[in-house]
Design a protein around this ligand. Sequence first.
Ligand code: ATP
Length: 516
Amino acid sequence: MANQDDQFKKVISHAKEYGYIFQSSEIYDGLSAIYDYGQNGSELKKNIREYWWKAMVQMHDNIVGIDAAIFMHPTTWKASGHVDAFNDPLIDNKDSKKRYRADVLVEDYAAKYDTKIDKEVAKAAKRFGDSFDKEQFLATNPRVLKYTEERDAILKRLGQSLEKEDLADVKALIEELGIADPDTGSKNWTDVKQFNLMFGTKLGASAESATDLYLRPETAQGIFVNFLNVQKTGRMKIPFGIAQTGKAFRNEIIARQFIFRMREFEQMEMQFFIKPGTQQEWYDYWKETRLKWHLSLGLGSDNYRFHDHEKLAHYADAAADIEFKFPFGFKELEGIHSRTDFDLSQHEQFSGKKLQYFDPEENKNYVPYVLETSIGLDRMFLAVFSNALQEEDLGDGKSRTVLKLPAVLAPTKAAILPLVKKDGLPELSKKIVDELKWDFNVTYDEKDAVGRRYRRQDAAGTPFCITVDHQSLEDNTVTIRHRDSMEQERVAIAELRDMILKEVDMRYWLQKIEDK
Ligand code: ATP
């Protein structure tokens, strides 16, 4: 645990030190769970967004994108169920006065069983060596089976009580399990209450005529209300999808995990409209396709797992999360939800307008079903960033801090470094910058010894350093150094563009989705 905390602290301070993420309004001591992206962070975020958009919109001929407004007619949120049901169960500790999400307290408790199971697996793997069969061990070891059963029983009871809105039972569960305030150890809890997460605001100049509005808590509804507009004007045929990225706002009860849980964040969502009855097939398809997208970035397949929901949201008939191993353990990164015709039918009912599709093959009208993929851009940023930050032992007591971002996402692709600040080397370096900047974000750095400049670029996540020396003036070659392997090679200046392109081009990375 201490290690995890340390690693997470390093992630947060590194993100600040290298211009990735700052606390919002820091000079006024910040605003809780609100963050600003700096010069490098905004580039990384933009690249992640683009990587998602290309995979979804550009690579699928039946998916198009839109950009709906943050403000929506207030009835939208009545229809969607958010006014009545977008609640989280909160609980206060009477001694520490700290507020928690009751479901998260129980889930974190249950996650301790996973840690125990992992320990048993690690011990057995060591004992059995090459002949170790993890699947078989998980299915037969009595201790592991006991842990699994206890964990599942807790999660099942939690799911059922939340489903029934039996908040007294959630509190009873917390008490039975002896869950204490993680900060103080106190078990003196209040009752569990529901808390609505939407932010309200007002539209209109005078107090009398102002309308109560909400800041959207998800981008999905902008897609649902535009379903027919897009279907008709784009002459879309089912199955088809509408994608969108944009800000969403939630007044989260607990917000103590950096950009994992923010009050203002960005979502990347896609609603896929399908024929009723085909939802299982599309649910399986999108689970697999989205996992492949994640795997294409090379963050390690062991860092992902699916978690099927016990408790289904009011709109869903099946739901799974893709969880990622964050510095604080496996947590939801993306949700895949089978939303049935809930949203479109609700909007039909509340607006009095038909939101149906005429299926020429079936020769009839119906309200399509929806399969949704929903990922938080900031959470994806945290997954990529925390996975990339490494302290590498270089032997002889030396080490380096390196940010091994996937090259396709790195904010700056190459740093151009003159070996010395004279003899025409800066001039040639700047010529190279001027040439490469048409294709890539590149930077120029002439300060300090070249070794220190390499370290600086390693820590900032730049995949290539290009060093210009005296030989460069004679034969138009330079040294290119690779961030991850630290290998250096001599190449012609004329070849630089193609070399870099080969490693950072989205095409090369996205193709991996289809390879697997
Ligand atoms: P959680 O259970 O963690 O609160 P959720 O199940 O409410 O998340 P969804 O409503 O399914 O989340 O939202 C889809 C995605 O949006 C999530 O998988 C997550 O990546 C992202 N997301 C949701 N809430 C936040 C938040 N407060 N800050 C950052 N990202 C968020």
